[in-house]
Design a protein around this ligand. Structure first.
Ligand code: FES
Length: 152
């Protein structure tokens, strides 16, 4: 059984026929080749798969693609304007806010939602907001510093 699913990914519409059990993460990576969102735990615990769905952050491993039907999905690939990185991405570079980079797409999407929703500005608030995004390299101080600079 397949169902018709329309995903608007980084502004581009895609019409897919998917098994209803396919997650949004699988739809993005396997069916559309959008590989910015990463699979870490596949269980909602690490945040590597974080994307924005209609502007709100979502662990895409926990959301079925059918639940995102007709919605706008933004991945790390959609954050920059062409070759121009956005201020958050620039701040991540300035503050060296990554080591291996595996968690970075999710960190950036989560931080983008933070900036949009304006709910955290102090380092403590930022750490709390970002607590669902794990970094096995331990780059947390630099991640928080980068976000704090842009959120200020
Ligand atoms: Fe989705 Fe870890 S892969 S939260």
């Amino acid at each position: 059984i397949t169902v018709a699913v329309r995903l608007v990914v980084n502004g581009k519409p895609h019409d897919l026929a998917l098994d209803p059990r396919v997650t949004l993460l699988d739809a993005l990576r396997t069916h559309l080749g959008v590989t910015g969102p990463k699979m870490g735990c596949d269980a909602g615990a690490c945040g590597a798969c974080t994307v924005l769905v209609d502007g709100r952050r979502v662990n895409s491993c926990l959301m079925l693609a059918v639940a995102a039907d007709g919605k706008s999905v933004v991945t790390v690939e959609g954050l920059a304007a062409g070759d121009d990185l956005n201020p958050l991405q620039e701040a991540f570079i300035r503050h060296d806010a990554f080591q291996c980079g595996y968690c970075t797409p999710g960190q950036l999407c989560s931080a983008t939602a933070l900036l949009r929703e304006g709910v955290a500005t102090t380092p403590e608030e930022i750490r709390l907001w970002m607590s669902g995004n794990l970094c096995r390299c331990g780059a947390y101080p630099n991640i928080v510093a980068a976000i704090a600079e842009v959120a200020a």
